[in-house]
Design a protein around this ligand. Sequence first.
Ligand SMILES: [Ca+2]
Length: 485
Amino acid sequence: MISVSSGTGGTVSPTSISVGSGSTASFTLAYSTGYEIASIGGCGGQLSGTSYVTGPVTNNCTVTAAFRLKRYNVSANASASGSITPSTVSVEHGGTAEFSVIPGADAVLAGVNGCGGALTGSRYTTGPITADCSINATFARPELLMQGMTSPWGITELPDGRLLITERVGTLVVTNVSRTTVEARINLPLAIGVEGQGGLLDVALDPDFNTDPKIYFTYAETGSGAEAGLFGTAVARARFAANALNDFEVIYRQAPKVGGGAHFGSRVVFRSDKTMFVTFGDRGNASFVQNLGSSIGKIVRIARDGSILANNPVIAGGRPEIWSIGHRNSQGAALRPGTDELWLNEHGPQGGDELNRIVAGGNYGWPNVSYGCNYGDPVGTACRIGGGVHAPTYLEPVSYWVPTSVAPAGLVFYTGSRFVPWQGHAFMGALAGTALWRVELNGNVEAARERLFGSLGERIRDVHQGSDGYLYFVTDSGKLFRIRD
Ligand SMILES: [Ca+2]
């Protein structure tokens, strides 16, 4: 007689068997979910897979089996700017593990994922573990690459990795490939009005730069003749070769030119069809913004030679280049990844800064409505211009900042691989708000937003995603930072 003794977590069957002297017997093991064999022995047998076969039996004997919960390895990895501890935990089937997630100095946590977990404060707790798994914690910290520029305003990148950075005083910086020094500084022979907020502004590469190396600029243009002393944002392009710019052409001019140095916009964003959006501020003359005969307070879409397109949204009585209206001062604009949909941020007055999703022919309300208040009014909800709410007459912002303006500038949607938790999120600088803002979206709705790197105390003017997958930004104090993982 061979009998079986086994604990919980599995079965050995049959539970007893009679065999003739000198014969062997075979038993089959079965495991409860999450269990494995801990030990089995007796009757001179051997385990093979789920079969236990005894040796030749000459006496009564017992097969003894014990089962145990399986154990799994949960490993944790962190990017260099922070830590996650412990690095490995052994967990029984169905159990959970806890990890401590600590950003390094000046760093923030971009996100933690893996093993079905959730973050509470600095504790990351996994879901029930039923297999080996790993956790990734991604941190981000700013790294100062360069300083000493004069009011850098716009950033773009050459195909070889060098950055082009405009300086508002009218020069274009070409960095070295490692983005740590000024390789060249080029004076632009344009009628640049360095007045108030004006000067040389944005920079963008031609979509066909590799075969036709043109670079586009926006700037505050000084008027002449009847417009002497007045300014308007203009768009020019030039050919770039050997760290020099030639063949300048002014391809578009905001109209009319007006006095003062406020609210020039302006960002250039190329669409997949190689036409461009340009954002134009209200120039501190809000009365022009709802006037369809001007390009003040508008987004325009033009061909890259400046010519007017036939397929813009038809706004009755409006200039044919107009794409949308009712904008106060947009210093950040980008396409939503994978689309030709323009998103932009714009400055409100006292509060009321906006992140907007632009639809063709849309009216974004300025100066008739804003979540902000006129200068001099007490800050609060009662003084919101036009009551604040845009709908149904005007398009609501996706996000807005009250009661204090952050003064947004620069905008990118992150698509790189360095900060996987941030993919699809919008990043914008803030001037008065001295920070980088991260806006997480759920469809076209804000899911969360976060103020980052405020401890730098820097006015962030433009944000760029590098070809290396890192984020870069420039500050009014003349610095270039890279966000490292
Ligand atoms: Ca608005």
